[in-house]
Design a protein around this ligand. Structure first.
Ligand code: GLC
Length: 551
């Protein structure tokens, strides 16, 4: 194989080499479904603390905790009633402090989720706005109007709800999530206090929820019909509630706050990682350049079907954008909003390109063995790419999407808001299986808040721990190698010539990744050693749907 260097040009400005988050592996904890210490069927912070060994064994650098704040759970906690406390169902602030301290003792940093676009309808300021009535200063912190415009909620249905006095309030998500008015100084000041509150408690950074929204275009113009997305198909056209110019200024002011903290016990500033879907790299460029966010999730691989060419196109575009801007775009293959990759890769891949109404209802054939093999290969790709990576809880166990949750047990507001045409995101949020052969699989004591499948006995942490061929041990081995190998982490890659359907790249010094997306075995690239393979090799051949690390 000959070298075919397609790596992007040098960065426009020097990399901030010291920042820990540029090549960190971060594990996403969805607290409600991680581990349940008090036996009420929902996970909690003491549960996370009790299972920290799982994360040290895995070898991650940090955890990101999805919201655990007081919330009526209209949207699984992304409807925040108090930004500076812990919901009693998850514990108390003392439990949070204990978790941060215990994690720090094991060299694991803690990132929290900040939800600035909207709060909960139970937030005291929204309740005060409702009580104070039309024209009141309290209403100005939100977006109240006498007439709605044509905006649709991202979750389906109108983005406006009428209150008894006749006014309408804007909610780009559920009606239980009123949007803040970011042109109001109280809102700006409140979130500065929230950042400081958690920084003072020792967090290593923030994941910023729907970071592209917040400011809405003055005058709230109607959107051009058809430019908004739908479930699993985010819109790509410019809409008047995204990417407004004030956003950059806001994030620069947040960056100053973050940089005023010593960060990780004096060694590096805290990170911000933005949840920001963008249709064109030019939309993302300003945030990544200079003194703003500097880090956006690299979501491009999640909607990408199992195809060498399509994977390579996404990798090239994302890596080039990071290099050109000097920013960081950590790779993501799963999170709490998308179907799990075992299932995505186990269906007819045309359905990933264009989900049909049956797919939105979870009614499709899934080859779990095929999907598992591909998801394992994809994990080796994820952890070999330049930069940081995020692992969603349960992906290290190879969990599939739970497609058979009964309708009456579904919790995601998208199910009802799409008039039951989309089953929603519950299937990737099912409580983790820790041990045992039947639900609740060691998650807690009783019934779990979402039902677990009956056939997860072989997927539990306990079942996988001592099986050298398990997905859990594949992740552990990959992370152990990644920590030691000088070529892995941040840096560049060099594509190698490879047969059709195969991705191969080299990283200096002395590391090669190959993934066979095709249907025929292919010869391994030249190597001294096989460091790790996602499945059995056939002598010097790499079988289909398999990945390998070579040195
Ligand atoms: C983000 C979260 C998602 C939530 C939405 C509204 O996309 O990841 O879970 O529903 O924001 O807060």
């Amino acid at each position: 194989m000959s070298a075919d260097n397609h790596s992007a040009e040098s960065p426009a400005q020097p990399y901030d080499q010291g920042a820990w988050w540029r090549d960190a592996v971060v594990y996403q904890v969805y607290p409600r479904s991680f581990a349940d210490a008090n036996g009420d069927g929902e996970g909690d912070l003491p549960g996370v603390l009790s299972r920290l060994d799982h994360l040290t064994d895995l070898g991650v650098d940090a955890i990101w905790l999805s919201p655990f704040y007081p919330s009526p759970l209209a949207d699984g906690g992304y409807d925040v009633a108090d930004y500076c406390d812990v919901d009693p169902r998850y514990g108390a602030l003392a439990d949070f402090d204990a978790l941060v301290a215990a994690a720090a003792a094991k060299n694991i940093k803690v990132i929290v989720d900040i939800v600035p676009n909207h709060c909960s309808a139970e937030h005291p300021w929204f309740r005060a706005a409702l009580a104070a009535g039309p024209g009141s200063p309290e209403r100005e912190r939100f977006v109240f109007r006498d007439e709605p415009n044509n905006w649709q909620s991202v979750f389906g249905g109108p983005a406006w709800t009428q209150v008894p006095d006749g006014q309408w309030y804007l909610h780009l998500f559920d009606s239980g999530q009123p949007d803040w008015n970011w042109r109001h100084p109280d809102v700006v000041a409140m979130f500065e206090r929230v950042l400081r509150f958690w920084l003072d408690r020792g967090v290593a950074g923030f994941r910023i929820d729907v970071a592209n929204m917040l400011f809405k275009q003055e005058g709230l113009p109607d959107v051009v019909p058809g430019s908004q997305g739908g479930p699993l198909t985010p819109g790509h056209a410019a809409v008047p509630y995204e990417h407004q110019p004030e956003l950059l200024e806001l994030y620069r002011s947040w960056r100053k706050i973050l940089d005023s903290y010593p960060g990780d016990r004096g060694t590096a500033p805290a990170c911000t990682v933005a949840e920001m879907w963008f249709g064109h790299p030019d939309q993302a460029r300003p945030y990544l350049t200079g003194d703003g966010l500097a880090q956006l999730f690299g979501f491009g691989l999640m909607p990408t079907p199992w195809s060498a060419g399509e994977f390579r196109a996404v990798i090239d575009a994302s890596h080039r954008l990071a290099r050109e801007t000097g920013g960081s775009i950590p790779w993501v293959l799963g999170n709490h909003d998308v179907p799990r990759m075992v299932t995505r890769f186990g269906v007819d891949q045309d359905l990933v390109r264009a989900p049909t109404p049956e797919v939105l209802l979870g009614r499709m054939d899934v080859d779990a063995e095929l999907g598992t093999g591909r998801a394992r290969a994809a994990a080796l790709l994820l952890l070999a790419l330049p930069g940081g990576a995020y692992i969603y809880q349960g992906d290290e166990l190879g969990l599939p999407e739970h497609l058979a949750i009964p309708d009456e047990a579904r919790q995601d507001p998208m199910f009802e808001r799409t008039l039951r045409t989309f089953i929603g995101r519950d299937g990737c949020r099912v409580p983790l299986p820790w041990s045992g052969v039947a639900p609740p699989y060691g998650f807690g004591a009783g019934d779990t808040w979402l039902p677990q499948p009956e056939d997860w006995a072989e997927l539990t942490v306990a079942a996988q721990r001592d099986d050298p061929g398990s997905t859990l041990n594949l992740y552990r081995a990959a992370l152990a190698i990644r920590r030691e190998h000088p070529a892995l982490g941040d840096g560049d890659l060099t594509w190698l010539d490879a047969p059709p359907g195969v991705l191969a790249f080299a990283r200096d010094p002395g590391f090669t990744l190959m993934v066979n997306f095709g249907t025929e075995p292919v010869p391994l690239a030249w190597h001294h050693d096989v460091l790790l393979a996602s499945g059995p090799l056939d002598g010097d051949l790499l079988p289909p749907d398999t990945g390998v690390w070579l040195s």
